[in-house]
Design a protein around this ligand. Structure first.
Ligand code: GCV
Length: 595
């Protein structure tokens, strides 16, 4: 079995109960002469010191495991170990799986679920252990196993299917990975409670009893994740209650067990009339949550998507991050490349996450979560290179300031044993992959020209008359939406120093120009080209850059089956890029008259 960046590692450890035991067994199986010294004070942190001529890992139980994996990775790659005590920046480092009990995965591009099939939980113990090892090897510590769109069967995880959930939790426990589940806010209604109103004592009693049962079965359970009042999901608004009232009710049921309640802030009007030009979807989360700052209980974490839209190739940072200083926030990113190539087109994310830090201080979120790109495919992530994002997210969650170059280099070296010049070429390809994808799909910050629903390939009119609030409003006079003070006022939600960077088209960075501004086709850009000409040129250059990547890829001596999979996916990427170029160029040419 090929397991991503841990290919060729020794046999899996067996019969371990705790991360510390796993650490000991991993070092033994790897034949590494290294010591382990448990020091609970270090918690999840670790330090490796030379004692009596051999390395000794110091750490709490999980810290020992993370340190042992760091030592093993350093031995494999020849890269240096960091010095001093290593502590994670975020305590909650979570992967959110959108797996459905029928075995499908919402926005999943790597095969079927690893733990659901036919409405039940079912898994191969070997794969779960491999996954536990992979997650722990990059310090990831929480796994939410089911779709936030919880259906009838998903809701059973904390009732009828609880014994199965407990078995899965036990399988991940030796790797220090704690489970979480998504719950349905209206679930008490299915169990004879007459309402799901969060202020009803009967509702709190129902959730309290459920939480007691869950923690009795799984003492280290992490908590619940909730998508409420979002895209037709039930929530407190049905009862005229606020999201703070809804979240706090659940949080109080979890608090005695030390559980966290992760509440998603992905709320907007998904039934917008496209003729309504006043409602501006990216403003919705701020409008809903900023007034609630300070009202959430301590064990609530509000999980905010990185951008105010929805995981587009380029968006501003969600203004909600600056609006809630008295609330614990989690930054939510998406590893599944729903809008960014679906694990067919190359798209490495660490450079993008790092770039956000020019505006978003790493200390603003209290936690990080990523929508999973995992599935039952032999190579785990569909494209063999898509695993760089799972690996990279773990590294980022531990240390958001880690350099993308280092992350990609280490992943490449752990995964393959390529000659140096080929490893360099692979790393460069991945480092540039996001900017290339952006150039052939959505240059200048114009989003939502993607094919509706399946979100792969171009369809510039596709979302224009839809209810989803995702419009570019292109016509003969120009393209884009004015989101400044003179327009929808989105910039008023941003800190003034950030708004100032974007509010004037003359200074606004090109990458975000059409998110913030509506401009005529003959608008003259800073480089002297008209807007229309620049869009046409970008799409053409984007395709040329994919062609150059394809040429590099063909020369890489990758092992099989990775080589064949990567090459065949590159053919699809070439086709996709050409489609984007041709369809968007035709669209722009017809509207603008430029050719
Ligand atoms: C799980 C987007 C996706 C949906 C997803 C939703 C969310 O709208 O297209 O598939 O639903 O985000 O994040 O809840």
């Amino acid at each position: 079995m090929n397991y991503a960046w841990l290919r060729n590692w020794q046999a899996l450890p067996q019969g371990c109960a705790t991360p510390a035991e796993t650490a000991r067994e991993e070092l033994r199986l790897a034949g590494l002469d290294a010591g382990l010294r448990e020091d609970a004070a270090l918690g999840e942190g670790w330090e490796i010191v030379e004692e009596g001529g051999r390395p000794v890992v110091h750490g709490g139980s999980r810290g020992l495991l993370y340190g042992a994996y760091a030592l093993m990775a350093a031995r494999k790659t020849g890269l240096c170990l960091p010095r001093g005590v290593q502590q994670p920046r975020y305590t909650l480092r979570m992967i959110d799986c959108w797996d459905n009990p029928d075995g499908t995965i919402e926005r999943g591009y790597a095969g079927r679920s690893l733990w659901f099939e036919g409405g039940r939980m079912a898994w191969q113990p070997e794969r779960i252990a491999q996954l536990g090892r992979m997650l722990a090897s990059v310090g990831l510590n929480v796994l939410c196993i089911n779709n936030v769109n919880v259906g009838e069967e998903g809701a059973r995880l904390i009732t009828e299917d609880l014994p199965e959930l407990a078995r899965l939790a036990a399988a991940f426990r030796p790797f220090g990975v704690r489970l979480m589940v998504s719950i349905d806010f209206s679930q008490p209604l299915r169990y004879g409670v007459e309402t799901a109103d969060p202020l009803s004592p009967a509702v709190l009693a129902w959730w309290t009893a459920r939480a007691d049962a869950v923690w009795a079965a799984i003492p280290d359970f992490a908590g619940f994740l909730v998508k409420a009042d979002s895209e037709h999901r039930p929530g407190p608004m049905t009862y005229g209650r606020s999201h703070a009232e809804g979240a706090n009710m659940l949080a109080r049921a979890l608090a005695p067990h030390g559980g966290v309640l992760v509440w998603r802030a992905f709320v907007y009007n998904c039934l917008q009339d496209w003729r309504d030009t006043h409602t501006d979807r990216p403003m919705a989360a701020y409008e809903t949550y900023a007034p609630l700052d300070g009202q959430f209980d301590d064990n609530v974490i509000l999980q905010v998507k990185n951008g105010p839209f929805d995981f587009q190739v380029r968006e501003p940072i969600s203004p909600t991050f600056w609006a809630m200083p008295h609330t614990r926030l989690a930054l939510e990113v998406q590893l599944a490349q729903e809008y960014t190539g679906q694990q067919i087109d190359l798209y490495a994310m660490n450079p993008m996450w790092r770039e956000w830090q020019t505006e978003l201080p790493v200390s603003l979120p209290a936690a990080v979560a990523a929508v999973s790109n995992l599935g039952r495919d032999e190579n785990w992530c569909g494209h063999p290179f898509a695993a760089v994002n799972l690996y990279g997210f773990g590294r980022y969650a531990w240390d958001p300031e880690v350099s993308p170059e280092e992350v990609i280099r280490t992943w490449a070296r752990l995964t393959y044993a390529l000659p140096e010049n080929q490893e360099d070429a692979l790393c460069l390809m991945l480092l540039n992959s996001r900017s290339i994808y952006e150039q052939y799909t959505a240059p200048l910050g114009i989003g939502w020209m993607i094919t509706p629903h399946n979100h792969y390939g171009p369809d510039p009119w596709g979302y224009e008359y839809s209810p989803w609030g995702t419009y570019h409003r292109a016509d003969r006079s120009g393209i884009g939406i004015d989101r400044t003070e003179k327009g929808t006022g989105f910039t008023r939600q941003q800190p003034p120093e950030i708004a100032a960077k974007y509010a004037d088209p003359a200074v606004c960075p090109d990458e975000q120009l059409l998110f913030y501004h509506r401009l005529p086709w003959d608008y003259v850009m800073r480089d002297g080209r008209t807007l229309a000409r620049r869009i046409l040129d970008d799409h053409r250059e984007g395709v040329e850059r994919v062609e150059a990547m394809a040429a590099v890829l063909r020369e890489l001596e990758l092992p099989e089956p990775d080589r064949s999979v990567a090459l065949s996916r590159m053919e699809r990427q070439l086709q996709n890029a050409a489609n984007w170029r041709d369809i968007i160029s035709d669209f722009v040419t017809r509207l603008s008259g430029v050719c």
